[in-house]
Design a protein. Structure first.
Length: 277
């Protein structure tokens, strides 16, 4: 059971949209490259109850790499609950008719969850170029998660492919020793400023220190303001299940973005425009 280490957060300080969470059941088939084995189910019903308990109205789930392209459970959740959206992990050769059906069922993007991969796929290959074109045609976004040091070439190729919506997970995961000076994080800042990239203020507990998350948020706000930032809880906190609570993640958002108006924009209007319109 996840520990509750913070007191309740006033409703006025709670984001309207949680843009990063995972739902799954332990009996789902895991990927052969899974980096973590969850200790318990994290069901749609449990997540919705968590949102209700904290006053969060809407959510966007991120495809969990430990289940590979088994997207069935999340798509079932978006079919049943119109307040939910999700990304999916797909093979680049996935039939466009299947992608269009996914869109109709509440899918809003593809996730490139590459952090656990020793070698990243070739985005310049004909298969990926076709997939990226289809992503644009569907008005989806590409959600990219990797270590900061490996982000620049991927961002370069995605921009070159003309991706209209790129979302970077978890502050861009800057290197522990370099922080905001990490070349990957600096490339993220450049991409955000160019106008087609959003960054999730999420999973700050995965960075080296809490201060690093604060520093990253400050630089991201300078680069493009709240119009290009999103907030996510990262529920159920994979590999940190007993160390982090949902209330912790909401409180951390206030630490990262002290200005209430900016938080309201990030946790509301920006997320709604990107994922629910």
């Amino acid at each position: 059971m996840v520990a509750m280490t913070r007191t309740a957060i006033p409703a006025a300080d709670v984001p309207a949209v949680d843009t990063h969470a995972h739902v799954y059941m332990l009996d789902m088939p895991m990927s052969g490259e899974a980096w973590h084995k969850p200790p318990a189910d994290a069901t749609t019903e449990q997540y919705l109850a968590t949102l209700e308990a904290h006053g969060v109205g809407y959510a966007v789930m991120a495809a969990a790499s430990i289940y590979g392209d088994y997207n069935d459970y999340m798509i079932d959740a978006t079919r049943k609950h119109k307040r939910l959206r999700t990304t999916v992990i797909v093979e680049p050769t996935t039939d466009p008719y299947i992608l269009r059906q996914m869109r109709d069922d509440g899918v809003v993007g593809i996730r490139l969850q590459w952090r656990s991969l020793k070698q990243t796929p070739d985005l310049s290959s004909p298969e990926y170029q076709r997939l990226l074109r289809r992503v644009n045609d569907l008005d989806w976004h590409v959600e990219l998660h990797d270590e900061g040091a490996r982000l620049p070439p991927a961002i370069e190729l995605l921009e070159k492919a003309g991706i209209k919506k790129l979302v970077i997970d978890h502050f861009g995961r800057p290197g522990a020793d370099l922080g905001i000076a990490c070349p990957g994080f600096q490339r993220v800042l450049k991409s955000v400023a160019a106008g087609h990239t959003w960054v999730k203020l999420s999973a700050g507990y995965r960075l080296k220190t809490p201060q690093m998350a604060i520093d990253c948020a400050r630089e991201l706000l300078k680069a493009a303001g709240p119009e290009r930032l999103l907030w996510g809880s990262d529920w159920p906190f994979a590999a940190f299940e007993d160390k982090v609570s949902y209330a912790d993640t909401v409180a951390a958002f206030k630490d990262w973005v002290p200005d209430a108006a900016a938080r309201a924009r990030i946790g509301g209007e920006t997320a709604f425009r990107l994922f629910f319109t």
